[in-house]
Design a protein around this ligand. Structure first.
Ligand code: MD3
Ligand code: FE
Length: 217
């Protein structure tokens, strides 16, 4: 793909793609940091391994999850919420690694959200076939705060909908290193991830990993 430096969106350097008001893809923004991100991820996983949580309806999620930071997103029979403790260990979630925090803050600033300091990082692991149904992110306290999402490993097709569940969706391919910043008018748009295709990636093996940074509390 060639990058058009004369496109207004690309004036500050290559690869800043607008999906709609408040939604921005920074293609390959995380690629240069993949080794540090991967090492930090292993440290987190040693303390809080991936697990398949249950939805309030009792279904086992196909996406395996864990968290780092002061707050972690959890779901069980009692509902969706943020919790300071990992329900599996009873301990606080692992600290947010510096490399994670730096990337999230820098990406948000690049997207126009200066001073973003996330207190929660949800880590999603997709194996082939795993998907995330269309949903809104509504468990955070302040919808004025953006969300930053980092894709690592196998590519996925992201579904970007509207403010109502029935609104039509557009498909956005997301590859290794892509970072998406969502905020303002896009913050409550429905979104999801189509079932992951089989594949192999040199960093992540047979998985897609997504880091989702939020200011939840
Ligand atoms: C669009 N995860 O964990 S965040 C999630 O690829 C989740 O695993 C996605 O959706 C994944 O809740 C990536 C993408 C995202 C997050 C918030 C949004 C997209 C959004 C808010 C508004 C619009
Ligand atoms: Fe979401």
């Amino acid at each position: 793909m060639t990058m058009d430096l004369f496109e207004p969106d690309n004036a500050g350097g290559p690869s800043l793609q607008t999906l709609g008001p408040g939604a921005l893809v920074l293609r390959g923004f995380a690629t240069a940091h993949e080794t540090a991100l991967w090492a930090s991820l292993q440290d987190v996983l040693a303390l809080a391994p991936f697990r398949h949580m249950r939805t309030p309806g009792g279904f086992r999620m196909s996406v395996a999850m864990t968290n780092c930071g002061a707050l972690g997103w959890v779901t069980d029979r009692t509902g969706y919420r943020y919790d300071a403790a990992d329900p599996q260990s009873g301990h606080p979630w692992p600290c947010m690694p510096e490399s994670f925090l730096r990337l999230a803050t820098n990406a948000a600033a690049r997207g126009g959200f200066e001073g973003f300091v996330p207190d929660a990082c949800l880590i999603n692991r997709y194996a082939p076939g795993a998907k995330l149904s269309l949903h809104q992110d509504r468990n955070e306290r302040d919808y004025g705060e953006p969300i930053v999402s980092v894709s690592l490993g196998l590519p996925a097709v992201f579904l970007f909908g509207g403010l109502a569940r029935a609104d039509r969706t557009t498909r956005v391919p997301l590859s290794h290193g892509d970072v998406v910043v969502w905020g303002g008018p896009a913050r409550l748009r429905y979104h999801g991830v189509l079932p992951l295709a089989e594949g192999h990636h040199p960093l992540t093996g047979d998985y897609r990993i997504n880091l989702t940074f939020r200011k939840a509390g």
